[in-house]
Design a protein around this ligand. Structure first.
Ligand code: CAA
Length: 269
């Protein structure tokens, strides 16, 4: 459930049950995980709200910043899911386990919708990560195109330690970034990857002092906004498709995108 900000502004929305705040300022949307007293633990309501934001993102938005309030980016899934009582109104793993296969898979697919849209070619998503990014927190950061880390960032794929697998879209970007072997080591030990190591592994675009995180994200956003919007979208589409194509196929894709750009820029009607 969402609630417009006082004054009825459409540009600032609080998703109270989800523990999210969402603001749009021109071309930049900012999503803030806003339950710092619980280290921004995530629930199904969080993922539904994220999906809803993606579905309704204003057309002018080009940058989506995902950040967390307080000392941690996110401590991952709300641990109440592991208890018999679960999260009020949202169930528990025990109740989910009784669903039939179609409903069960549908529930996970629904949760993944909260993460998938952050890869859309028409936006660039940036995770601003300070402190812990555990489990679903790490996966949310991985769902973003870019990660800016404070030097106190601690990334941890905790799921295997809890008997689960990472299922919130994080395994593919992790493997794409660090390779299968390193991903196996990181996930199956559930160890903490610090900011410096993360930068060395290609998991971080930038590592800054905690006090500089906000400004660093603002500067990066400004640099990203300085390029042509349609060219940026087409280029992201090309880059995203590259790993799945041969060189010849990629060259063909480049030709197609460039023809579209040149026609859009120079063709006279
Ligand atoms: N769910 C619910 N509450 C949480 C939470 C979580 N994931 N993480 C922290 N909290 C709560 C704590 O219970 C505590 O609440 P109270 O003040 O009411 O006791 C409060 O947040 C502060 O927690 P800490 O004192 O532990 O804070 P810290 O800064 O010292 O430590 C932390 C931070 C290292 C992240 C630690 O809180 C922690 O290890 N949390 C659990 C992490 C975890 O195991 N998450 C699950 C990952 S797996 C996953 O996400 C599954 C999936 O995708 C399917």
């Amino acid at each position: 459930m969402s609630e417009a900000a006082p004054g009825g502004s459409a540009e600032k929305v609080f998703y109270e049950e989800a523990g999210l705040r969402y603001e749009v300022d021109g071309e930049i949307a900012t999503i803030t995980l806003d339950r710092p007293e619980k280290r921004n633990a995530q629930t199904f309501a969080t993922w539904s709200a994220l999906a809803q934001i993606g579905e309704n993102l204003p057309q002018q938005v080009r940058i989506v910043v995902v950040r967390g309030e307080g000392p941690s980016f996110s401590a991952g899934i709300d641990l109440r899911m592991f208890t018999p009582e679960g999260v009020p109104g949202q169930g528990s793993f025990a109740s989910t386990a009784t669903l039939d296969a179609t409903a069960f898979e549908g529930r996970i697919a629904q949760a993944q919708q909260g993460f998938l849209w952050l890869r859309r070619p028409d936006i660039v998503s940036i995770a601003a990560v300070q402190g812990h990014a555990v489990g679903a927190g790490f996966q949310l950061a991985l769902a973003c195109d870019l990660r800016v880390l404070a030097d106190d960032a601690k990334l941890c794929m905790k799921e295997p330690a809890l008997g689960l697998v990472p299922d919130l879209t994080g395994t593919k970007p992790l493997v794409d970034l660090v390779g299968v072997s390193r991903a196996v080591e990181i996930c199956l030990t559930a160890r903490v990857v610090g900011a410096e190591e993360a930068a060395g592994l290609g998991l971080a675009a930038l590592v800054v002092a905690p006090g500089e995180l906000e400004q660093a994200v603002r500067d990066l956003s400004a640099a990203l906004l300085s390029t042509n919007r349609d060219a940026a979208t087409a280029t992201k589409r090309l880059l995203q498709g590259a790993p799945g194509r041969t060189l010849e196929e990629q060259c063909a894709a480049e030709r197609q995108e460039q023809m579209g750009r040149i026609r859009a820029l120079f063709a006279r009607s």
